[in-house]
Design a protein around this ligand. Structure first.
Ligand code: DGJ
Length: 558
């Protein structure tokens, strides 16, 4: 009897321990962000994950039937993640009545095709306007007021102004919370859904700010204390172009918007950014209280370096110069993302400031996308790259297209990539301008990359506009793995004392199978030096070594 009691007690204790253990495991198993060196990694099922993604077109996810033939294509082109839309109007067709059919169907199909999901919450705003909000909310313009023009005309844009748009914000937040609660119920263990986009490309269009009387009143009032406190606390690390504006007005610590930031359209935009950030921050907070997946916002950009006119592109979005305002207003948003179709190099660099992890939810496909994905992941430790409207992109129907091949190589190299993130042992180059020579340091070497028009006998003729990118992982002082897309020559110079010249010793083609390097061809002299002594020339004559994984070793001489 005594033995039985003791055994019983041990069993109950073990059960209790098991329960605690599995709860802890499933809690920490929620996809989340984690630092590794200078990088921020997205952790999925305990391991770092880089999204090799595609975003579905805006209306594709309104029909599971429409999506049915698309799923296998996504697998064929080597995606590991898909970004479909969750629409507020279809999720809550009647106020308080939720329909999760589409979300459930998407999760189920994604699982069947071994894909992860980043879900895009199209709710109060999509591309600035409120077109994806439920009709019952759009019709009730008294309860859910609109932004207005100077003439007092209502816009197809819900007002984001704090204290005025609160009912809209709360309705949106309730629906988002219901969605997150549901995702937790159906996916809290399997983690098919790994991240959430909250709203889509927000901001006022057609004017630099909301001109409703409520907005005018808030604009004439003081800059909220929360924002002032944030700016003072982070004064030394603010993004420089925003700090300059504040400095030009005397670093005031209180006052109206125009007193603190000056009288300009840029101040209108700062005011809108604060209000959008507060609103969306509250929506994200409500969702995270149910199920705290990593959350991001995406941004409609302007042309880099050209005069920027707030309102021509949405005024108040998470633009590079407004990153601090967004951080202050929406601390529960983890990532500020650019929708990056042009000016890739400068914008991607800007979106890594203030510790922001780079995630590109919308970008180009094909050859451009291939080069850019390599660069973003190599140079900036991006946690993902996604091509927009993949199901409409004819290139995507061709499994041999450049981005598909690059995704394949990247997924094989992934264990090495995530292991080297944030440690200064990985980089990338992107050549998109005529005559561009890009120099980048990696370990003991400086690499110099140049676009080349011709490469041995390789057909077809290269494009006139350079389009080449590569990712490099340094695995030993003289050994690196490379994936390249497009045509380029890389030369190496040493950064350390010793023999001044660098030669390419070997170039091997290969693959990783179950994380193990499987050696392929040793590539011949044409690769390593017949055109430029000591140069690594990519891709290689006669064949499709472009987009494959190369292991390169270097040596020094004099
Ligand atoms: C940016 C938006 O975020 C997308 O939803 C889509 O409409 C594209 N623009 C179209 O280019």
């Amino acid at each position: 009897m005594k033995v039985q009691n003791t055994l019983c007690c041990i069993f109950v204790c073990w059960l209790g321990w098991l329960t605690v253990q599995s709860k802890a495991q499933s809690d920490s198993g929620i996809p989340h962000l984690r630092k590794q060196g200078t990088a921020t990694q997205l952790i999925v099922d305990g391991k770092p994950f880089v999204a090799l993604a595609g975003e579905l077109g805006n209306d594709a996810s309104t029909s599971l039937e429409y999506l049915r033939p698309i799923w296998p294509t996504l697998v064929q082109v080597n995606l590991n993640t898909v970004l479909p839309v969750a629409y507020w109007e279809l999720l809550e067709p009647e106020e308080g009545k939720f329909d999760f059919t589409l979300v459930d169907g998407i999760i189920e199909e994604a699982r069947r095709h071994n894909l992860r999901v980043g879900l895009l919450w199209f709710a109060s705003w999509k591309n600035g306007v409120s077109s994806f909000a439920p009709v019952w909310a759009k019709k009730d313009f008294k309860r859910f007021p609109r932004a207005q023009t100077k003439k007092g005309t209502g816009l197809e844009i819900f007002s984001a102004i704090e204290g005025y748009g609160d009912a809209t914000r709360d309705a949106d937040a309730r629906a988002f919370a219901a969605l997150m609660r549901h995702i937790k119920e159906v996916d809290g263990q399997q983690h098919t859904v790994i991240m959430m986009q909250v709203e889509n490309e927000v901001g006022v269009l057609g004017d630099s700010r909301d001109r409703s009387p409520a907005a005018d009143k808030a604009f004439a009032g003081p800059v909220p204390k929360d924002l002032m406190d944030y700016l003072q606390k982070n004064k030394d690390t603010l993004v420089p172009e925003f700090r300059q504006v504040w400095e030009a007005n005397g670093f005031k610590t209180s006052g109206t918007w125009e007193e603190v930031f000056g009288q300009s359209a840029a101040t209108d935009e700062t005011f809108m950014a604060w209000n959008y950030a507060r609103y969306i921050g509250r929506v994200a907070e409500a969702g995270k209280a149910e199920y705290p997946l990593p959350m991001f916002v995406n941004t409609w950009l302007y042309a880099f370096g050209k005069p920027h006119q707030p309102g021509r592109t949405p005024s108040g979005g998470a633009l590079p110069h407004l990153m601090d305002v967004w951080r202050a207003g929406a601390p529960r948003i983890d990532i500020l993302s650019p929708d990056l179709y042009s000016d890739f190099v400068p914008f991607s660099a800007q979106y890594t400031r203030s510790g922001n992890p780079l995630f590109i939810p919308e970008g180009q496909g094909g050859a451009e996308g291939a080069a850019r994905a390599l660069y973003a992941i190599g140079r900036h430790d991006a946690i993902g790259y996604s091509v927009f409207a993949i199901e409409n992109n004819s290139l995507w129907q061709d499994p041999a297209n450049d981005l598909g091949r690059v995704y394949k190589a990247l997924s094989q190299l992934m264990p090495l990539i995530v292991d080297h993130q944030g440690k200064g042992m990985m980089t990338g180059v992107l050549l998109e301008e005529k005559g561009q020579i890009e120099k980048v340091r990696l370990g003991d070497y400086t690499m110099s990359a140049t676009f080349i028009r011709e490469s041995g006998n390789l057909p077809p003729p290269p494009p006139a506009v350079p389009r080449a990118g590569a990712l490099f992982v340094l695995t030993a002082p003289d050994e690196l793995y490379v994936i390249a897309s497009g045509r380029m020559t890389i030369t190496f110079t040493p950064n350390t004392p010793g023999p001044p010249l660098v030669g390419v010793a070997t170039v091997d083609e290969g693959s990783f199978v179950d994380g193990r390097w499987v050696q392929g061809r040793r590539l011949d002299h044409r690769v390593t030096g017949s055109y430029d002594v000591g140069a690594l020339r990519m891709p290689f004559a006669y064949d499709r070594s472009e987009h494959s994984i190369l292991r390169v070793t270097l040596y020094r001489y004099q």
